[in-house]
Design a protein around this ligand. Structure first.
Ligand code: ZN
Length: 134
């Protein structure tokens, strides 16, 4: 597999509007867009910085994965996403090497990227997302 760069860092927040007061107004990152991913019950906001992006994640439902994450751990870094050149190939290779995966097959994420999550158990406690640009 070819891992190209850190595509984005996902940060779980109670409110994107509130979080932008820091990430945008104070830190100076520019909001590039917002998108609701219905299937994940999440609203995302992307703030590009250099060759990567900060992804703010706000839950759209009390039973969504982001709401559950905040309930357990509080706001903070929820996942790190690595860009790969071929996500199918990457998942196949990881599977062969016995890496535990949450998604066996890629699914659609924000920005029409194909994404898949690996299990934190095999990634030293980090929820790792692989993504591939369409
Ligand atoms: Zn992500």
């Amino acid at each position: 597999m070819k891992t190209l760069k850190v595509d984005h860092i996902g940060i779980a927040v109670q409110s994107i509007g509130e979080a932008l007061k820091f990430y945008s107004d104070i830190l100076g990152l520019k909001l590039a867009g917002e998108e609701v991913v219905q299937e994940q019950k999440v609203k995302t906001a992307f703030l590009p910085i250099g060759d990567t992006e900060v992804e703010l994640l706000e839950s759209t439902a009390p039973d969504g994965p982001i709401a559950k994450f905040i309930e357990k751990k509080g706001e903070g870094i929820q996942h790190i996403a690595f860009l790969v050149d071929n996500i199918e190939e990457a998942l196949k290779e990881l599977g062969e090497k016995g890496v535990k995966m949450i998604d066996q097959k890629p699914r659609m994420g924000a920005g029409e990227k194909r994404i898949a999550f690996l299990h934190p158990k095999d990634t030293y406690g980090v929820l790792v997302e692989l993504c591939e640009k369409k």
